[in-house]
Design a protein around this ligand. Sequence first.
Ligand SMILES: Nc1ncnc2c1ncn2[C@@H]1O[C@H](COP(=O)(O)OP(=O)(O)OP(=O)(O)O)[C@@H](O)[C@H]1O
Length: 360
Amino acid sequence: MSVRIEGAVKRFGAETAVDGVSLDLPQGAFLVVVGPSGCGKSTLLRLVAGLETLDDGAIALDGRAVAGPGLHVAPESRRVGVVFQSYALWPHMSVARNVAFPVEAAGASRRAALEEAMGHLRSVSMEAFADRAPAALSGGQRQRAALARCLASRAGTVLMDEPLANLDPHLRAAMEEELAAFHARAGVTTLYITHDQREAMALGDVVAVMGRGRFLQVAPPEDVYARPASEEVARFIGRAAVLDATIERVEGATALARAGRPAAAASGPVRMRCAEGTQAGPSRIVLRPEDAAIDAEGPLRGVVGQALYRGGAWEATVEVSGLGAIPVVSRNRLRARDAVGLRLLGGWALPGRKQGGAHV
Ligand SMILES: Nc1ncnc2c1ncn2[C@@H]1O[C@H](COP(=O)(O)OP(=O)(O)OP(=O)(O)O)[C@@H](O)[C@H]1O
């Protein structure tokens, strides 16, 4: 089912929770909306589900208008399945009956519905709990049962609001894989909400970064990471240093830039990625951990700040005079307060020229 949102606005009193969001999601897409707490993610999802009414704009599912001026199609008539963070299962039914219910309601025999339910329970590793009552499950198990029920509902669009929020990290990683595999198999259009940028990058074909009721950038995860549209996106997604720089020359899709304040550039010119239309002059750049390497022969000197071992590599920041804290990743052990050499390897020149900037 395709989802089309045009200029959606939702206000609560004086507050605008969703402020002119537009989106064209083709059938089968997996869109993850990510953003900080209170930015309007849940409200947007509730508008699509029909649980809130629009103040302005329009929503169409599969080309059929479901919300707009003078129009509000009831949630149960929209063919959307919803999985919330705290999803209530029917307490008087076993897990298997909970999952079988939507299949039976769609016309399948009781036996066929149970068989299908078992398949969905297997896909979320819950077949061993089929006969339990929801009250006898852990929070994570309940969530998986709710997910299985949503999968069983054969909705044209599935809306998920932080469905993995209460799971432990192992289960969460396993469920992310399950979700990705299920989506690849069933191809159900999915709108997934999270405040966890790591999860957003792992799951989305397309990631919408949301802030203050608006979409700040909608793009494939690798673009959001490597070519953030703004400083706000760069800081929210992944580790980054955002700093002043001077672009000396632009050659096609690369810019030759010196990092640091124009009067005291701390690095020699480095080739960086840039957007079309980037011009020479003062700029702001984004450095990801891959854009700098610890190198004893490197032209920059710095001191390791915090260093954390992340299995296979150390994640650290290196404090460089004139540049500030630069994120790095290293296979060699890094310790706080080590003096190191650093070499810049690349970066991203933020679109639009901005002078100065408070943070370095
Ligand atoms: N029913 C409501 N009445 C009044 N204000 C609301 C209501 N629902 C949401 N809001 C406000 O709208 C804004 C957006 O809320 P929303 O729940 O959509 O954010 P969110 O991005 O999903 O946050 P979180 O990640 O914390 O769940 C918040 O400031 C919130 O307080």
